[in-house]
Design a protein around this ligand. Structure first.
Ligand code: PMP
Length: 389
């Protein structure tokens, strides 16, 4: 009997075997010609993925939080004002990082599961003299999908630098830095980018790089300082080598494989696949009588789903019961509603069999928790959504 759990949390995710093979290949030196070529290509592909033709890519060893840290460290000087569009736990985190670098931070923080109106954001931008505005594209604690296009347009109108946390979105949700006017976006390898944890990917627009170059004071973090990394990124892209900190060689090889697959699939096709998969998961959850944390479909992410526990079961029992049935899911994260919901990640190489297996395991878990429903109703709704029948 197979004894393997399907990993359906919002990162890390299931990885493609070619990506894992690159992780397991003998490590080369960071100056080896094949590594120089792979890193150079990965940087070019990162720029394409973020849809930012003139942007400066940075691929660093670290997690998504390093992406948050570098963005804030390099753009904030003591006393700058920052506006955080806070749709959950990761809005709080970026607010804390901005404060650490000396920013005066204002949060627009609707209740968990909600998205602020553009009018409310515009009102704040009108009066706040902000240098930066941050947006969490998909806040993984709520599954809320932010209106980056609408918010970034406002940011540009009021002359602020727009920073997007794309950790739970890039390579799964459309994020078009050029078309939407995003100045810095970042993600981490372990989510829709499809590479084991350990890399932070960021792209800075020419406007963001100019703001960085015009700083009056040194960057408050040595490791995060773009001045240290820029010559390295430029060198590898020119197929030369340079050193500041040893690159995560195997992860970079794996990243290049995954980015190749992503671009081969095509960004539009990939985003459409994430929508299809997400619709099927959400149809199954709804058919099983569960609500979701995001207040409406239009603000629900396509990379994950955040179902509320149905009435009449002890929520704490469900995720372990689903795990027993072979699928690993995540519990709640947002402190205000932590015990009321759970989370399903569906990004990267996820396919329709994964969706059906996940709903099957959720049904098994619900049954084990004593929930009354018609067996198969969730899987059937998902299948109908997948096949359009
Ligand atoms: N932002 C978001 C939206 C995230 O989901 C996460 C990780 N779950 C992070 C930032 C931080 O990433 P990491 O855990 O890789 O540091």
């Amino acid at each position: 009997m197979k004894n393997r759990s399907l990993l359906m949390i919002p990162g890390p995710i299931e990885f493609d075997s070619a990506v894992l093979a690159a992780m397991g290949a003998p490590t080369t030196g960071h100056l080896a010609p094949n590594f120089v070529e792979a890193f150079g290509q990965a940087l070019e592909r990162t720029r394409t993925l973020f849809q930012c033709k003139e942007g400066q890519p940075f691929v660093l060893a670290g997690t998504g939080t390093l992406g948050m840290d570098t963005s804030c460290a390099n753009l904030i000087e003591h006393g700058d004002a920052a506006l955080v569009i806070n749709t959950g736990y990761f809005g709080d985190r970026i607010g804390a990082i901005l404060e650490r670098y000396g920013a005066a931070v204002t949060h627009i923080r609707p209740a968990a599961g909600q998205h602020p109106s553009l009018a409310e954001v515009e009102q704040a931008l009108k009066t706040g003299h902000f240098k930066v505005m941050t947006i969490t594209h998909v806040d993984t604690s709520t599954g809320v999908l932010a209106d980056v296009k609408g918010l970034a347009a406002l940011g540009q109108k009021y002359g602020v630098l727009v920073i997007v946390d794309g950790v739970c979105s890039v390579a799964g949700e459309d994020l078009n830095m050029d078309a939407w006017g995003v100045d810095v976006a970042f993600t981490a390898s372990q989510k829709a980018v499809g590479v084991p944890p350990g890399l932070a990917l960021a792209v800075a627009s020419p406007k963001a790089m100019a703001a960085f170059k015009n700083r009056k004071t040194p960057v408050g973090s040595y490791y995060s300082d773009w001045a240290n990394w820029l010559p390295v990124m430029q060198a590898y892209e020119a197929r030369k080598s340079a050193y500041f900190g040893t690159p995560a060689v195997n992860l970079v090889f794996a990243l290049n494989v995954s980015l190749g697959q992503i671009l081969q699939e095509g960004l539009e096709a990939r985003f459409a696949r994430h929508v299809r998969i997400s619709n099927a998961v959400k149809a199954g959850i709804t058919a099983l009588g569960m609500g979701q944390v995001p207040q409406s479909d239009s603000i629900a992410a396509h990379t994950m789903t955040a179902p509320r526990f149905p009435a009449g079961i002890n929520g704490a029992d469900l995720v372990p019961a689903v795990s027993k049935a072979g699928v690993t899911l995540a519990g709640g994260l947002h402190p205000d509603i932590k015990s009321e919901y759970f989370r399903i990640g569906h990004m990267g190489v996820v396919n329709q069999n994964d969706v059906l297996a996940t709903l099957g395991a959720i049904e098994s878990g619900l049954a084990a928790c004593g929930y009354k429903f018609e067996p198969g109703v969730g899987m059937s709704a998902a299948l109908k959504a997948l096949t359009g029948s």
